[in-house]
Design a protein around this ligand. Structure first.
Ligand SMILES: Nc1ncnc2c1ncn2[C@@H]1O[C@H](COP(=O)(O)OP(=O)(O)OP(=O)(O)O)[C@@H](O)[C@H]1O
Ligand SMILES: [Mg+2]
Length: 254
């Protein structure tokens, strides 16, 4: 499933006069089916807003989002979003969190239990299916959050800094886990991060956004085979390139 942004812009109109926030500025992009695309850009530039527009949680002020050439309908089942860890329901167990979407879709209790248990197994959560989020480690919570989105079988998976609150070892392990799942499923992933190392390790392509209002300033192909060695000279070179673009953007006047 291809995803296209056609001249996408977003301005939030302020509550009070004269306080509108111009957030996205003429974004044009095309993501081919099955790609792992990372979006990186200065804090507050509009990354979350872009994901929310793709997910249909926010309306663009101008321009369009196309899925396979057709304008996206709000609440499309083709798109799933992974928020940060706090999006788990604290009063629901691992299993109940994972099967929640199926419940909303009206799948029978027996069938959704069966499917959710598959996810529990494949996401290394066996033995924790009846625990509550507060009883899980950060990495586990994040796996529940990802499982809960993927069980709905979206073709486009949006991830908003999903590993931002994890320590670096857990983060690295989660990156490897995510790649394994993605390689098996073949979905398209749009992944937002602040972390250049993470972007280089994970992606097929990296999109660098400008400061607000976010424009696309660079698209970088990461043509390295997987599994990647994050300490390799090739990874370091791309990391340096991305960092340089970001630094120059921060120094830019205006
Ligand atoms: N609902 C809203 N109403 C008004 N302004 C908003 C709204 N949502 C976001 N904004 C503004 O839009 C801009 C971009 O916000 P967004 O959350 O998309 O940035 P971001 O790139 O995800 O930032 P971060 O890297 O810190 O997560 C910010 O200035 C923010 O204040
Ligand atoms: Mg954000």
């Amino acid at each position: 499933m291809t995803l296209e942004f056609l001249d996408l812009s977003k301005t939030f109109s302020g509550e009070m006069e004269g306080e509108s926030v111009h957030t996205l500025d003429h974004i044009e992009y095309r993501v081919e089916n099955g790609r792992f695309v990372t979006i990186i850009g200065p804090s507050g530039c509009g990354k979350t807003t872009l994901l929310r527009i793709i997910a249909g949680l926010e309306k663009a002020s101008a321009g369009k989002v196309l899925l396979d050439g057709k304008e996206m309908v709000q609440g499309s089942e083709e798109v799933g979003m992974v928020f940060q860890e706090y999006a788990l329901f604290p009063w629901r167990t691992t299993l109940q969190n994972i099967e929640m979407g199926l419940e909303i879709r009206g799948i029978s209790r027996e069938k959704r239990r069966l499917t959710a248990m598959e996810y529990v197994k494949n996401f290394d959560l066996a033995g924790f299916e009846n625990r509550y989020p507060r009883e899980l480690s950060g990495g586990m919570k994040q796996r529940v959050a990802i499982a809960r989105t993927l069980i709905m079988n979206p073709r486009i998976v949006l991830m908003d800094e999903p590993f931002g609150s994890l320590d670096s070892q857990t983060r690295n392990a989660m990156q490897e886990f995510l790649l394994k799942i993605w390689q098996k499923r073949g979905d398209t992933i749009i992944f937002v991060t602040h972390n250049v190392d993470e972007a280089v390790f994970l992606s097929d392509e990296i999109v660098v956004l400008s400061r607000r209002p976010a424009r696309m300033i660079k698209r970088i192909e990461v043509e390295l085979s997987r599994p990647r060695d994050r300490t390799s000279e090739e990874c370091n070179k791309i990391r340096r390139d991305v960092l340089k673009i970001l630094e120059e953007e921060m120094k830019r006047e205006g």
